[in-house]
Design a protein around this ligand. Structure first.
Ligand SMILES: *Cc1c(COP(=O)(O)O)cnc(C)c1O
Length: 358
């Protein structure tokens, strides 16, 4: 791997019109350029370049289409009121990218090159970072197996790419909207020894059926239980989950089938810093229900890059319906949301050194 690879830049000669800031949504609009890095056995990762955003040409036999050797990451660039651009803990995403690579038999990438690629691409697309309250530029690095071959083994050719998408505020206004969650006790997302702890595309394909079922029943998202006993809480679709019980905070410990969220890690650090006890442990859904019956379950919230904090207003488990905090956003969830977003948008002191200016 060559640490001193120069990123080539081919500027697009047809710049797109920027979308309306009011109707950005999530992941619908893409910027003018993308980053590409190729891998083959002889050259390793090579030819880093920023080129116009355009469709790929791949053989129909590219291995990713058949055996799903693919991983991805997700992070955001934020515009501050004084015009700076901040990334939030990009080093953590890059570490996780390489952990995902290892599990999926994809060759690792020099972390310095990945960071440089993110920074350079965001610099090139500076004008695409929306600056309305709560908006941001979503950064999607991903790797796919491109070798044209139908045998089952790790591919010998890959593409690492980064695309960017301006995204709207998750919540309109300062009001956090609680979600209704269906505790899934039939289908599972991940199993011990499997790939639940890495960001591989197939985990999402595997989640769609239960998500669809939950939506048909009037719920927003699924809370997954463990894949072995269907007893212990794991995580929500693309969020980790936290419970506030009797003034203390509980979240499932990383057990190999739960994704290690960077927002999760940030919440744990913050809550500890506030002097509130945090327990990372195995949590039975039955114990959550008992805490609810005893009036001790104060708040439930999800954590992830997209929403930051997503308060849970209702949990449905079998015949039991748990209504949390009168289905309103709790004070603790709100305080976490404001503290983290204020750091991300450069409005509060970054005492943990989480932001990186581009
Ligand atoms: C990405 C992801 C999360 C959240 O991770 P963050 O780094 O906080 O965005 C949680 N669960 C799953 C399954 C994920 O893919």
């Amino acid at each position: 791997m060559n640490m001193n690879q120069v990123i080539e830049f081919i500027k697009s000669d047809r710049l797109k019109e920027k979308p309306d800031l009011e109707s950005l949504g999530f992941g619908k609009h893409f910027t003018d350029h993308m980053f590409i890095l190729d891998y083959n056995k002889v050259q390793g990762w090579h030819s880093p370049r920023i080129v116009p955003f355009e469709p790929l040409v791949l053989s129909p036999s590219a291995m990713v289409f058949h055996y799903g050797q693919a991983i991805f990451e997700g992070l955001k660039a934020y515009k501050t009121n004084d015009g700076r651009t901040l990334l939030f803990r990009p080093d953590k995403n890059i570490e996780r990218l390489n952990r995902s690579c290892e599990r999926m038999c994809i060759p690792p990438i020099d972390p310095d090159l990945v960071l440089e690629a993110i920074v350079r691409l965001v610099e090139v697309e500076r004008d695409w970072i929306p600056n309305k309250e709560g908006t941001s530029l979503y950064i999607r690095p991903f790797i796919i197996a491109t070798e044209p071959y139908l045998g089952v083994r790790p591919a010998s050719e890959y593409k690492f790419m980064i695309i960017l998408s301006p995204v709207g505020a998750y919540y309109s206004g300062r009001q956090l909207v609680p979600v209704k969650i269906y505790v899934e006790d039939e289908y599972v997302r991940a199993v011990p020894g499997g790939v639940g702890h890495v960001k591989t595309s197939g985990n999402y394909a595997a989640s769609l059926y239960a998500q669809k079922k939950a939506e048909e029943l009037g719920y927003d998202q699924v809370l997954w239980l463990d894949g072995k006993e269907n007893k212990y809480v794991e995580e929500v679709g693309s969020m980790n989950i936290f419970f506030k019980i009797n003034g203390e905070v509980y979240t499932p410990k990383l057990n190999g089938s739960i994704l290690s969220g960077i927002t999760r890690d940030s919440v744990i650090q913050l809550v500890k810093d506030w002097g509130v006890p945090v327990h990372e442990e195995r949590i039975a859904i039955e114990d959550i229900f008992n805490a609810y019956k005893n009036g001790e379950l104060e708040e439930v919230f999800g954590t992830g890059t997209a929403a930051v904090i997503s308060p849970v207003g209702e949990l449905k488990w079998n015949e039991h319906k748990m209504l949390l905090n009168n289905s309103e956003t709790g004070e603790f969830s709100k305080k976490l949301y404001e503290t983290i977003t204020n750091i991300q948008y450069g409005k509060a002191e970054d005492k943990f050194g989480w932001t990186k200016e581009v």
